[in-house]
Ligand binder design. Structure first.
Ligand code: NAD
Length: 480
């Protein structure tokens, strides 16, 4: 692969017709970690043509044959864990340990869907008419345009392309602008795994132009998107013109509820995972913490003690627990949310500022922050902060806190800590969220459904639910 040939179309490494390049910046140091060829709709069109051409053959391979490629890829991803993790960390700042976990998660997706490819079962249904028979087939939807964000630059790709390829679809992937290097390395492994040309394609470039081609090109049947609710809505509107299939994994605003009977040490541990992993830049990150008034002081104290010990730094250093934010814009948004809360009566009891001492000055670091006396009017209460900030609200009544927790346009993840069994069940049923962690601050697993209610999205990734998104259902009626 030459320096400028970084898109993978129809089994060839190619560069952008535009001749443009994009610099990739390490958010821990502000330094360049490389540049990539930056394309547009022209490359998207070529990639869609290639995927369309390849679909005829790929979709007609046996499931067992398709799964062999996915097994190969899973092994390659596992054996390149450290290299991929290093790239993730350099591109977007994630601590190495988390990045390695992400890469293993991607390998797990490839192997899980290699197995699931063999279980795409149809049905026969008893007919009401004696001389007719009913058969139901599940068939791949066609060419998929996948668009992924920067916060999980390898696993978000895996979660889309693994089920799509297993189902018999072919794919054009557009990764996020800030994290194309790990996607390029993953595609080198895809090439090494031996996938036939045109089956999986990589296009890097202008989001709007590539998105428009995905929307308007009739050879592309489905758009799979993970990113902000704003862009998800634009793509849904566009896709409606040709009634294209869509799956949307969008923004979140997760409540985390700590009842008075909770194990507070476990709750602090769970909150740390759900809030500070990826520096608070996950769609399932806690955004609002509701703590029962009887334990609010004790909980806040324990949380602050934990944060005092948290090591913030360059993700590539072994001891780092919390890395930088992905770029200056992201950092400024977090700081703006903190200032807005302070201006409306919020009390910053820990952190609250950009970190500027020594090496921190070069990167985009925000102190882990805890704010109390938070009210509904503060931006932090209704907008996704996407940073290491915990806003604390006290509550006393269970019904009231459920109402507050559900009072948002989002519905991705919610967390509850309690030792009361019947309350566990009540919360699981009453919270209007696609994912509910009960005494669990880290609920994601390959085989479980992942996705949101309300404006957090449509469709599910993960497990057999994820496979359904790439399959059409066909009814065949046989007259005898
Ligand atoms: P984003 O919406 O800005 O970008 C996501 C992707 O969409 C990127 O690849 C970007 O280049 C592309 N894009 C942007 N404008 C486009 C357009 N007009 N047409 C086509 N593509 C376009 O989001 P982001 O800042 O990269 O990611 C953070 C967001 O993603 C947060 O809101 C987060 O909650 C959400 N997210 C959701 C999930 C989930 O599973 N629900 C997972 C991770 C992130």
């Amino acid at each position: 692969m030459g320096e400028s040939k970084q898109m993978y179309i129809n089994g060839e490494w190619v560069s952008a017709e535009s001749g443009e390049f994009l610099q990739i910046i390490n958010p821990a140091t502000g330094e360049s970690v490389g540049s990539v060829s930056f394309g547009d709709g022209r490359e998207a069109k070529k990639a869609i043509d290639a995927a369309h051409e390849a679909f005829g053959t790929w979709s007609r391979l046996t499931a067992r044959e398709r799964s062999k490629y996915l097994y190969n890829l899973s092994e390659l991803v596992k054996s390149h864990r450290d290299e991929l993790a290093g790239l993730i960390s350099a591109e977007m700042g994630k601590p190495l340990g988390e990045a390695k976990g992400e890469v293993l998660g991607a390998a797990d997706n490839f192997v899980w869907y290699a197995e699931e490819a063999k279980r795409v079962y149809g049905e026969t249904i008893p007919s009401s008419v004696a001389n007719k028979r009913i058969m139901v087939l599940r068939q791949p939807v066609g060419v998929v345009g996948a668009i992924t964000p920067w916060n999980f630059p390898v696993n978000m790709v895996a979660r889309k392309i693994a089920p799509a390829l297993a189902a018999g679809c072919t794919v054009v992937l557009k990764p996020a602008e800030s994290t194309p290097l790990s996607a390029i390395r993953l595609f080198e492994l895809i090439e090494q795994a031996g996938f036939p040309k045109g089956v999986v394609n990589l296009v890097i470039g202008k989001p709007e132009a590539i998105g428009d081609e995905f929307i308007n090109n009739p050879k592309l049947s489905k758009i799979g998107f993970t990113g902000s609710t704003r862009v998800g809505k634009l793509l849904m509107e566009g896709a409606a013109k040709q009634v294209k299939r869509v799956s949307m994994e969008l923004g979140g605003h997760a409540p985390f509820i700590v009842f008075a009977d909770a194990d507070l040490d476990e709750a602090v541990k769970g909150l740390f995972e759900s809030k500070f992993r990826n520096s608070g830049q996950m769609c399932i990150c806690t955004n609002r913490l509701y703590v029962h008034a009887d334990v609010a002081d004790a909980f806040t104290e324990k949380l602050v003690e934990r944060l005092k010990k948290a090591k913030v730094g360059d993700g590539r250093q072994k001891e780092t627990e919390i890395g930088p934010l992905v770029n200056e814009r992201a950092l400024n948004k977090v700081l703006e949310h903190i200032e807005d809360a302070k201006g409306k009566g919020g009390q910053v009891v820990f952190g609250g500022a950009r970190m500027t001492e020594g090496d921190y000055a070069k990167g985009f670091y925000c102190e882990p922050t805890v704010i109390t006396d938070v009210t509904d009017e503060m931006k932090i209460s209704y907008e996704e902060t996407f940073g290491p900030v915990v806003p604390i609200v006290r509550f006393t009544d269970e019904a009231e806190v459920v109402k507050q927790a559900n009072d948002t346009r989002y519905g991705l993840a919610a967390y509850v800590y309690t030792r009361d069994n019947s309350r566990c069940f009540r919360m699981a049923e009453l919270l209007e969220y696609g994912i509910v962690g009960i005494n669990d601050g880290s609920p994601t697993q390959t085989q479980a459904p992942f996705g949101g209610f309300k404006e957090s999205g449509i469709g599910r990734e993960g497990g057999h639910f994820g496979m359904d998104e790439y399959l059409e259902t066909k009814f065949v009626s046989f007259g005898l």
